[in-house]
Design a protein around this ligand. Sequence first.
Ligand code: FPP
Length: 236
Amino acid sequence: MSTPSSLPEHIAIIMDGNGRWAKERGLPRRDGHRAGAESVREAVEACKELGVSYLTLYAFSSENWRRPKTEIDALMLLLDRFLVDKLDELDRQNVRLHTIGQIDRLPPKNQKRLAGAKAKTANNTGVNLILALSYGAREELTEATRLIAEKVKTGELAPGEINTETLSQHLHTAAFPDPDLLIRTSGELRLSNFLLWQLSYAEIVVTKRYWPDFKKADLLAAIEEYSRRHRRFGGL
Ligand code: FPP
């Protein structure tokens, strides 16, 4: 795969359209999610080939808890299967797994599997794959505010010392650079409570493709769009 001239260090993706993909084929929604998991595998591989260091995927939002229990169960099972089936491959590819979101709300089985996968890949130095699970930016910002308030209360921090860096350091993403590029599939023009603080300066690329149809060539096209915009601004 040829590398575009300016590469984002961190790509974040709102993976949307699994349900519509399935509906168009007369399939149950869970088949759309299953096909979406294959696109996840391909996106990680493409990031490795291109040299993208961070990939954050919106796999389950705080709002997704409002979906029918059968769909939530299917998504949790899919996540579990993904980790069972793909962990060795991810590890071989030098991928390091991270999570953001309220992981303690996930079923214990998923929590255990995620902890195991994170531990197994902890020393890997290739792509950092960050799964946003039970994630909501407003919840994350509220939690950060609470943590900061506690520190002020105990005297560890003075109100006058609080700056943007303080807030960044109390988010789930404290260890990662902000995304340079946000991709949303299936055409919707919304942020949907995803990384509201961290996306402040990100370039946004929206594609009409449903997530299960989003392949390496589509990722490359989004990066090329990012490079074009980046070159223009960089040249001023
Ligand atoms: C949005 O499609 C997608 C999700 C809510 C879940 C994303 C999950 C996956 C891609 C599969 C598993 C992920 C991993 C990490 C193994 P939608 O259901 O909102 O689609 P619709 O808007 O067309 O109904």
